[in-house]
Design a protein. Structure first.
Ligand code: M6R
Length: 607
């Protein structure tokens, strides 16, 4: 996730302060770095792909003059990680220069409008559009602040922006919508940044900028206004007592739990993916004679859920395949009419890339969903979608799983529309539900986090767990099981509930914990039957069910209630959240490190 840092220094050159600030944002992950400073009413920009120290050695950021400046670490979302795409970005004349963290949803339409008005663009980023839009708005504004606010009112999406301009060389302008932005004030200067760690060496007196707010910084402090109507907001400084390590995790004890709670935001980002990429993938998928959904680990579970979604929404049969099995199982039948949709957070998983290479050699169409722009997978794919989850530092996949799901679900609905398998009303309804999925996840986490912690303690001595679900929930069960076994080191089982009486039921003894996924929907009658079977043999039933589902609650020793109204095919996106939290607390209770489970790597790049 990009890091932004801006500073008006009171008594020393700003460039070394910016470099230090950016280094403290390195933990967020990045692929390129850039700095802009203002000196003698002129802006100088230096930037390139690479790590801070290495780029600094080459470009000598520290020698840049001026006491006001901005710096950025970029984690590519639109456009490859290159020098040209690195931030800061400027308007046509280099008079307005800015940095951005987030995704501008409507950048293509604004870019087209500005191209028609004669603006020159050099990068492929969404960010550069904002600099040109402010330049355009400035033509009909009396101040830069007015132009800035007008431009902000036109852009949709997520952003934390910091801007310097030779038109107002004493100030930094910044704004926030859904991407974090914090201000700080000290004797040394005035600061803005994506995150508290960047300014901790200088101050612990900070103010959070909220969604829909803009701020103007000068050497004395800052003023905050509402973007909508330019009304002034009074906000005092808060003194924080976080250590650097706590600040990097935003006060959470581990990255994993921070990432679990980031899911509402990462889902919102995933819902903003450019429609033309979605359309491209949908067209290729529609043309395939057979479609293979190829992935490993958690990404495979997303594929498994997607196969149910493609079938339910678009009446399309797809084959979810564990990537290491793909060549053995399907290799000989792959040909020019085959489509391989590879799903990989890292885009570097060895087995997935091997499967993809094999299919490419046989002329199959390769499509991808990944979290990593510029990864090998993006380079070998005909078309791909970048899921915009931001870097995931915890080894266990959490936020990247739910983002993969919501992207695959949207592809399923688009396929349904393309194939004429969905009515206008159903289409409107499901698209309406997509928009509120992040809120459902937020509510599920809020309402259940303390209860999950209590349950994780209650069951912390157990040596085996069963996870059962039917239909699409069998994918949720598998993912819940994977989280618990990889973090809590418990050899848990997961099955489609209907399979349980074909074997797994034999492990049930008095008191065996059995976690059931019970969203309301077509599978409900059967799941109640499975609960009864397990209960009759002494299992302790822990159910994840819809709020107020008296029948399921009545059969359960413990239960976690999910918000009402989630369509069953989309339920894994919400129902997996308590299972992620359960595994997290379970690992903590046992003294294991949930961020770095033993024997596991974040990205498996070896055979
Ligand atoms: O980067 P990928 O999505 O291709 O990674 C696939 C798996 O290695 C990954 O999901 C792994 O299973 C995680 N540890 C799950 O939490």
């Amino acid at each position: 996730m990009c890091g932004i840092f801006g500073c008006i220094s009171k008594d020393s050159p700003v460039a070394p302060i910016i470099i230090q600030g950016l280094k403290r944002l390195e933990y967020r992950g990045y692929d390129s770095v850039g700095v802009a400073t203002l000196y003698n009413e002129r802006i100088e920009v230096r930037k390139d792909a690479g790590k801070i120290d290495e780029v600094n050695n080459r470009l000598r950021f520290s020698e840049m003059k001026g006491s006001i400046g901005i710096g950025h670490t970029r984690w590519a979302t639109h456009g490859a990680p290159t020098m040209v795409n690195a931030h800061p970005h400027s308007d046509c004349n280099g008079e307005i220069t800015l940095i951005h963290n987030g995704v501008i949803e409507n950048f293509l339409e604004i870019k087209e409008e500005l191209l028609n008005k004669g603006h020159n663009f050099v990068s492929r980023t969404d960010t550069e559009v904002v600099a040109h839009l402010i330049e355009e708005e400035f033509k009909n504004s009396s101040t830069l602040e007015e132009a800035f606010l007008k431009a902000l009112r036109r852009i949709r999406g997520s952003y934390a922006i910091a801007l310097i301009s030779s038109k107002e060389p004493e100030r930094i302008f910044c704004a926030r919508n859904e991407s974090p932005l914090v201000l700080g004030v000290s004797e040394k200067g005035v600061f803005c940044a994506s995150d508290v760690p960047a300014m901790l060496p200088y101050t612990n007196k900070i103010a959070w900028v909220k969604n829909g707010e803009a701020a103007v910084l000068d050497s004395e402090g800052f003023t905050i206004v509402r973007i909508e109507d330019n009304s002034k907001i009074e906000r005092g400084l808060t003194e924080i007592t976080w250590t650097l390590e706590m600040a990097e995790k935003q006060g959470y004890p581990h990255f994993m739990v921070k990432e679990i709670f980031e899911q509402p935001q990462s889902l919102r980002n995933a819902l903003r993916i450019q429609k033309q990429y979605m359309d491209l993938l949908t067209t290729f998928l529609d043309r395939g004679r057979e479609i293979f959904l190829v992935a490993a680990g958690t990404s495979y579970h997303a594929c498994l859920a997607a196969s149910y979604l493609f079938s339910k929404f678009a009446r399309l049969v797809t084959y979810p395949v564990v990537s290491s099995e793909f060549i053995e199982n399907y290799g000989s039948s792959i040909g020019i009419d085959s489509v391989v949709l590879a799903v990989s957070q890292s885009g570097e998983t060895f087995d997935t890339l091997k499967a993809v290479d094999y299919a490419r050699m046989r002329a199959a169409t390769i499509l991808a969903v990944t979290n990593t722009v510029g990864s090998t997978l993006t380079r070998v794919s005909r078309a791909y979608i970048v899921q915009q989850s931001g870097p995931e530092i915890g080894v266990a996949a959490t936020k990247t799983f739910t983002s993969q799901l919501i992207i695959l679900a949207q592809l399923g609905v688009r396929l349904a529309r393309m194939r004429g398998k969905i009515s206008q009303d159903d289409l409107d309804e499901i698209e309406g539900v997509f928009k509120i999925m992040p809120d459902y996840v937020e509510k599920a986490l809020e309402n259940n986090s303390s209860k999950v912690e209590v349950l994780s303690k209650k069951y912390s001595g157990e040596r085996v767990f069963l996870f059962l679900g039917r239909g699409v929930s069998s994918a949720t069960a598998l993912e819940g099981r994977l989280k618990l076994l990889e973090l809590g080191y418990v050899p848990a089982l997961a099955y489609p509930a209907g399979e349980s009486k074909h074997g797994p039921i034999s492990v049930i003894e008095e008191g065996t914990p059995c976690i059931f996924l019970c969203p309301k929907g077509e599978t409900r009658k059967e799941i109640i039957g499975s609960i009864m079977e397990m209960k009759a043999r002494g299992a302790r039933i822990i159910s994840i069910c819809e709020e107020g589902d008296a029948e399921i609650i009545g059969l359960s020793e413990d239960y976690l209630e999910m918000p009402k109204g989630i369509p069953e095919p989309l339920s894994p996106i919400v129902y997996v959240a308590p299972l992620q939290l359960f595994a997290y607390h379970f690992a903590c209770n046992r003294g294991a490190d949930p961020d770095k489970p033993r024997n596991l790597a974040k990205s498996v790049t070896v055979p």
